[in-house]
Design a protein around this ligand. Structure first.
Ligand code: GUN
Length: 301
């Protein structure tokens, strides 16, 4: 079994990014700038945002955190999005999800200028990704593709099962895996894996286990701890665990531990490749955001 070490790969990519950004600065150019908008005090969101800002600082990207209380109105948040769209010192920005119930996520995401949409969540970027056009690709699927690529895990002709149909992970992941690589154009990631046969499963799927057993690669993004068990996995499969679930753990200092959607202990005995949680997909997601910020900076100076 080979552990897909997202932490290590992300650190290598950060070093590459740091070199590229140092070179820009050496030419007298300003560094790229990412703004992160957070609404309210969701503890998981606060951790993710802190990690994103730390990662920016590490590679020389200027990071601006813009925090609002949970009672901000939708129109005030839309006004902030418009302000960031117009701010020529900001190359890219994200609005951390989830948003409070009184704010429409799709209204906010649709208002983001797609050229600054470094989360790749606007309808424009999703549509461009579907058509194989240059786009800012959603961070988690992009990071997973990069992880597969750096471990030389081929996808051509493989059966990839994606569990989860979210706009952030499941849908764009399926698109990337089924993509014709030769449609990848300048501006897209250097890694252009695709050509897979993709099955997307979700909460209404019948006999998930039988479908998973036919998979060469399983990408689980269901938010359900321990969902993927060893009996659902073909010997030699590659397993990508996107789940980050907080489970009560009185023995830990924080009072909780993080577990994925995969029963790691047993699945790791059957799979050939597997991501740990934490340290697998999570660090790759953050590094993809940094790559997207540099891409936005280069494409729209
Ligand atoms: N919440 C959980 N993951 C993400 C992400 O990748 N982007 C944003 N904006 N919010 C999230």
């Amino acid at each position: 079994m080979i552990l897909l070490d997202g932490k290590k790969i992300a650190s290598e990519i950060r070093a590459e990014l740091r070199d590229r950004i140092d070179a820009l600065k050496a030419q007298g150019k300003r560094p790229p700038c990412l703004a992160v908008v957070i609404v309210g005090h969701n503890p998981a969101s606060e951790t993710y945002v802190a990690n994103k800002i730390k990662a920016c600082t590490e590679v020389g990207i200027e990071a601006r955190k813009i925090a609002f209380e949970a009672d901000i109105t939708e129109s005030a948040l839309l006004a902030e999005v418009e302000r960031l769209n117009a701010d020529s010192t900001v190359d890219g920005f994200i609005v951390q999800l989830p948003l409070p119930d009184h704010i429409s996520e799709s209204a906010i995401l649709s208002a983001i200028d797609y050229r600054k949409d470094v989360d790749g969540l606007t309808p424009e970027n999703v549509g461009r990704t579907v058509q194989g056009l240059p786009s800012l690709v959603s961070a988690t699927p992009k990071g997973i593709r990069e992880l597969l690529s750096r471990y030389a895990i081929q996808t051509e002709g493989k059966h990839v099962v994606v569990i989860g149909r979210s706009n952030i992970v499941g849908k764009p992941m399926a698109m990337l895996m089924m993509q014709r690589p030769y449609l990848s154009l300048p501006g897209m990631s250097a890694s252009s894996l695709g050509d897979a046969t993709v099955t997307v499963c979700h909460s209404k799927t019948r006999d998930l286990a039988a479908i998973c057993r036919t998979a060469d690669i399983i990408i689980v993004a269901a938010g359900s701890p321990g969902l993927l068990t060893a009996d659902m996995v073909k010997e030699g499969a590659a397993i990508i665990d996107v789940g980050i679930n907080r489970i009560d753990d009185p023995s830990s200092l924080r009072g909780y531990k993080l577990v994925g959607d995969v029963d790691f202990e047993h699945v790791s005995k059957v799979a050939e490749y597997i991501t740990p949680v934490p340290g697998g997909v999570g660090p790759m997601t953050i590094v993809s955001l940094l790559q997207n910020t540099l891409q936005a900076y280069n494409e729209h100076p």
